[in-house]
Design a protein around this ligand. Structure first.
Ligand SMILES: Nc1ncnc2c1ncn2[C@@H]1O[C@H](COP(=O)(O)OP(=O)(O)OP(=O)(O)O)[C@@H](O)[C@H]1O
Ligand SMILES: [Mg+2]
Length: 454
């Protein structure tokens, strides 16, 4: 079969194709162990046949490398160390040719040409070690279907009264909170304790669903008093108002109140740090006495850009203090905004986890994830408007990005989260058993005292 025939045979990717592909993967898990390039190609799913044809025949791969100026019959060719099917298509591990650099493979020009050659919608390239690069051929989007949250029905029971309440006893790992699904089908687990989290995305990109998913995932720990949520909702309380006075220990909707909250949080954090210094504690593990303080700021631009000059400066100062000193003291800031520019989010570099949802401009991806992020696979500007909640997550200490989708948290689910996870609050119930209480009995055994003066 010629390459041309195969290219023509490649069909458009459809939902049915994805389903068939999942079934195919379930059945085989690994690439079929057939011998010849023709057999491998014939066994591949239709949308991946041109790629399978090229990858299974070194002569074809070398032709491609030569056409892309990534190899030459005099200087040698890159080595395809292995390739395998994945839920999104095919991953190829390539050993680069001596003298090549990662940028030779990751530039948009190269990945686009590779995609044309393989006849797939897109290719991303990431460096896996100094001499290797992984090409991901993307044909199936595994994140097209929204995934409704089920945190309330899955929540573990409260810890038994005699048991000491810890994150483990309530079934929450504060360093791995499930907030959605990754593109390989595994849970998207977010490190909350020890992080500072930035969520950036255009309007309607699903920032709210990320924030609600974080709160929902922490739900049992909030109910148990191990996590205090301080909610700053400068949009007037429309989105998070149902949790006011119930799920949240503090709730602010205007600049003055929110700045007051942040100032109080800084004070508590500083007191905590003094206590920790005195007791020689380096890192605080949240307890009900010293809970994790989760400070959620939706639409941070309302404070950083649209408030008065003094308020902007105060926000910059307070958020900077929380972000730079909060980590050890279990104070976590989660800030969401539409425009990730430096003006809108001062102290941007202090966020250790950055979630880039759909963004309008390629330059905004770099603002969230750093220079060269698009070349390393984070393409926030190419996320479809039809998939809110999809984004790329980058973490300090890692160079790659995880493509994820947050759970979908409907209005009903928000209400269910508030009902299920609001801490009990002030206990106004009677402390003793008054079931035998008789209001007419004044303690003398006589219940007939006649009329009482008003
Ligand atoms: N993870 C998700 N899965 C499925 N649908 C979602 C998801 N997140 C959001 N949506 C849908 O997209 C709409 C917009 O989402 P959301 O309000 O979270 O966006 P936003 O980024 O907070 O927008 P804004 O900047 O206007 O506040 C929601 O009404 C919801 O229907
Ligand atoms: Mg929102």
């Amino acid at each position: 079969m010629t390459l041309e025939t195969l290219l023509v045979a490649t069909g458009a990717v459809t939902g049915t194709g994805v389903l068939a592909w999942w079934r195919y993967l379930d059945a085989t898990t690994l690439r079929p162990t057939t011998q010849t390039a023709e057999q491998i190609t014939a066994a591949a799913p239709p949308a991946l046949r041109p790629a399978a044809f090229i990858l299974s025949d070194p002569a074809q791969s070398n032709l491609m490398f030569e056409a892309l100026e990534l190899g030459h019959h005099d200087r040698g060719f890159p080595h395809i160390a292995r390739w395998d099917y994945t839920p999104h298509g095919i991953d190829v591990e390539v050993q680069m040719l001596g003298g090549q650099k990662l940028g030779d493979w990751t530039s948009e020009d190269t990945t686009e040409t590779l995609a044309t050659y393989f006849a797939v919608p897109s290719v991303t390239a990431v460096g896996t070690d100094p001499s290797h690069v992984r090409l991901s051929l993307r044909v199936f989007d595994t994140l097209t279907d929204s995934i409704p949250t089920d945190v309330v029905s899955c929540a573990e029971q409260e810890a038994a009264p005699e048991q000491q309440v810890t994150p483990e006893s309530v079934g929450v790992d504060l360093e791995a909170v499930p907030v959605g699904v990754a593109e390989d089908g595994s849970p998207w687990l977010l490190r909350v304790l020890g992080s500072q989290i930035l969520v950036a995305g255009a309007t309607g990109s699903g920032k709210g669903s990320v924030l609600h998913s974080i709160i929902g995932g922490l739900g049992p720990a909030i109910r148990a008093g191990l996590v205090d949520v301080w909610m700053c909702d400068p949009k007037g309380g429309a989105e998070f108002g149902s949790g006011a006075d119930r799920l949240f220990v503090r709730f602010g909707v205007d600049a003055a109140t929110i700045l007051g909250m942040l100032s109080e949080a800084v004070e508590l954090m500083d007191e905590r740090l003094v206590r920790m210094r005195r007791s020689g504690t380096r890192k605080l593990y949240p307890t009900t006495d010293e809970p994790l303080m989760l400070i959620v700021i939706d639409e941070a631009a309302a404070l950083s850009s649209y408030a008065s000059r003094e308020e902007q400066n105060e926000f910059r100062r307070l958020s900077g203090l929380l972000l730079s000193k909060g980590r050890a003291a279990a104070v976590v800031v989660v800030a969401a905004l539409q425009d990730p520019s430096k003006e809108t989010m001062p102290n941007r570099q202090l966020f250790s986890v950055r979630i880039g949802l759909r963004l309008d401009e390629p330059t905004q991806t770099a603002m969230v994830h750093g220079q060269g992020a698009r070349d390393r696979g984070a393409r926030c500007d190419q996320i479809s408007e039809l998939t809110p909640g999809v984004g790329y997550v980058g973490e300090d200490g890692t160079t790659g990005f995880k493509r994820v989708r947050a759970f979908w948290v409907s209005d009903d689910a928000v209400d269910a989260i508030v009902d299920a996870f609001s801490p009990a609050g002030v206990d106004t119930a009677p402390a003793a058993d008054y079931s035998g209480f008789d209001p007419d009995d004044l303690g003398d055994g006589n219940t007939d005292h006649g009329p009482v003066a008003a």
